[in-house]
Design a protein around this ligand. Structure first.
Ligand SMILES: Cc1cc2nc3c(=O)[nH]c(=O)nc-3n(C[C@H](O)[C@H](O)[C@H](O)COP(=O)(O)OP(=O)(O)OC[C@H]3O[C@@H](n4cnc5c(N)ncnc54)[C@H](O)[C@@H]3O)c2cc1C
Length: 369
């Protein structure tokens, strides 16, 4: 019986597991993750403003694995490195015939952002939620005159967090007391100029402050930009992505620290990579942005190639595609851009909710208790 290990139970790892389980081969599948839960980080913008609880953005990996595959086992351990066909973790050493690496990324936080928190780490997202709630409560109790929340990073995740906070503040009529400022050298570079302008107009109407510039330094609770100083009470970093120490330890080819795969998603003969931890490309070689949809597609494609290898069939070239972008813009507002289609407002919000539920509900149903 062949043993396949998937390391990382995020979007890519779960899809790889589902694909392998469906193949009904005589396999032993181990899913290894340093956390005991799958974190639905695409909905963290709802969590930090307390619209969602922990229950809504996490799934027990142990229960999920039991629901997905009879021949699959979950192991709560942290991978350190790989040596030939052995995965070395903190608590144990596991041999494999095939390995799929899907350990995602961490927020790239230069030293000046040491006091900033980020949502990619659920523990830090929980601190953001608590500090945000406390800040809002102190304003409701009239214990504070004015406060500022600073979000560093103008990509879609920074914008989603900032917009949801601003909307929450507006709903409580605290917008003259609490401001939310997004500071970035670039805003929404994933969108074309027309969509970007539309989003920036919507965010302006919401009352969000957008500062397009580089941060010179941060000292204590003061951010220095150009000729201006911004005092902040809560800092959120959405400052790009970096690989974690496991990926850094691996002896495979990398580009800017991210794994480089071949067109079959292999980093070596029997080791595949999926999701944000690797450079993902479309079939024309164009680099794709790190998103859950690409992580899912690559998880499926990597697992299919493991199956082909086991069956001694030719591997299939991966054909990864971005189908569109959906960005939450606070409250019941969002923008969806899919090919030539672009729409915003409540319809886009409903579309985004549908995409999120299409992912989450089937997984929730698979959790075995
Ligand atoms: C606020 C926000 C909003 C987003 N919105 C969207 C969106 O609307 N649409 C979209 O497509 N994408 C969105 N994304 C991006 C999306 O979340 C990521 O692209 C996706 O999570 C990548 O999936 P992954 O499987 O590669 O990694 P992850 O989902 O990060 O999973 C990695 C897993 O590996 C585990 N792990 C890490 N290191 C180790 C180790 N050494 N040993 C064992 N386990 C390990 C982690 O615990 C984790 O479970 C958003 C991201 C954020 C932060």
């Amino acid at each position: 019986m062949k043993r396949v290990i998937i390391v990382g139970g995020g979007y890519g790892g779960i899809k790889a597991l589902e694909t392998l389980a469906k193949a009904k081969l005589d396999l032993e599948i181990l899913l290894i993750d340093k956390n005991s839960f799958h974190y639905i980080q695409t909905e963290s913008y709802n969590f930090v403003i307390s619209s969602f609880s922990l229950k809504e953005i996490t799934l027990s990996l142990n229960h999920l694995v039991q629901g997905i595959g009879v021949n699959a086992v979950f192991i709560n351990d942290e991978a350190i490195t790989v040596d030939n066909s052995t995965l070395i973790c903190k608590k144990g050493i596991y041999t494999f015939d095939y390995l799929i690496i899907a350990t995602g990324t961490v927020t790239k936080k230069p030293k000046i952002f040491d006091n900033f928190l980020d949502v990619k780490d659920l523990q830090q997202a929980t601190v953001i939620k608590q500090r945000f709630e406390k800040l809002v409560l102190e304003h409701l109790q009239k214990k504070r005159n004015c406060s500022n929340i600073a979000v560093a990073g103008g990509g879609s995740s920074g914008i989603e967090i900032a917009a949801s906070m601003q909307y929450f503040i507006n709903e409580l009529k605290l917008n003259s007391e609490i401001s939310v400022t997004v500071i970035a050298d670039l805003f929404l570079s994933e969108l074309d100029e027309k969509s970007k302008k539309r989003v920036i107009d919507i965010l302006g109407d919401l009352g969000l402050n957008l500062k397009q510039c580089l941060i010179d330094k941060i000292q204590g609770n003061t951010i220095f930009i150009k000729d201006e100083k911004i005092i902040y009470d809560l800092g959120v970093a959405a400052t790009g992505l970096d690989t974690n120490s496991f990926i850094k330890n691996l002896p495979f080819k990398k580009s800017n620290g991210f794994l480089v795969t071949d067109e079959y998603l292999r980093v070596s003969d029997n080791i595949f990579a999926a999701g944000d931890c690797a450079v993902m490309k479309d079939k024309n070689g164009k680099i794709l942005p790190p998103t859950a949809q690409i992580a899912e597609q690559s998880g499926t494609a990597a697992a299919k190639n493991v199956i082909c290898s086991i069956k001694h069939r030719p591997l299939k070239k991966s054909d990864l595609k971005i189908y569109g972008l959906a960005i939450a813009l606070g409250g019941k507002f969002a923008i969806i851009k899919a090919g030539f289609f672009q729409f915003d407002g409540i319809l886009a919000y409903l579309g985004k909710k549908a995409i999120e539920n299409y992912y989450k509900i089937p997984l929730k149903m698979k959790e075995v208790f």
